[in-house]
Design a protein around this ligand. Sequence first.
Ligand SMILES: [Zn+2]
Length: 173
Amino acid sequence: MLEAKTNDQYRAFQSEIDFCQKEIRKSEDRILELMGESEALDKNVKAAEESLKEEKTQVDAEKREARERTSADQKSAQELVKERGAIVASVSGATYQRYERIRKAKMRRGLAVAEAVDGRCTACNIAMRLQFYQDLKKGDQILACESCQRILYYNPPVAAEDLAADPASAVRQ
Ligand SMILES: [Zn+2]
């Protein structure tokens, strides 16, 4: 202002100062506005961190559970392989080969044995001839379903009073 030599110069300086002060006020308002916004954002970040922590805990627990289940499954798979080996050793070679041939046929989806219930093969649901079903019930030979070729087994029905008395032995009969 002191360097202004004319009124025009003075006014020009004055308007420049006014303009700068206005800009400063605008910037200050914007700073306040941003501070207000960042407060809400900080809250959001904190909430997100919190829920991330919770989720991580949950995922860790699920991972642990999955690992435990996997090791239990592996253990029971090993036991089943062992049990299978014992069963294979106890049947004749011809029977085992017959079983494997049936099992490996794609259309049977690895299922070589089926239960016969009420005169029907439970795998393919075909009704058996009465004579065939009676032969199967005798249990003195290995019979295969005449429709799907699976080896059939028959479990006689268990009386309710036997089940109540001793379920384990009743099922084995
Ligand atoms: Zn069948």
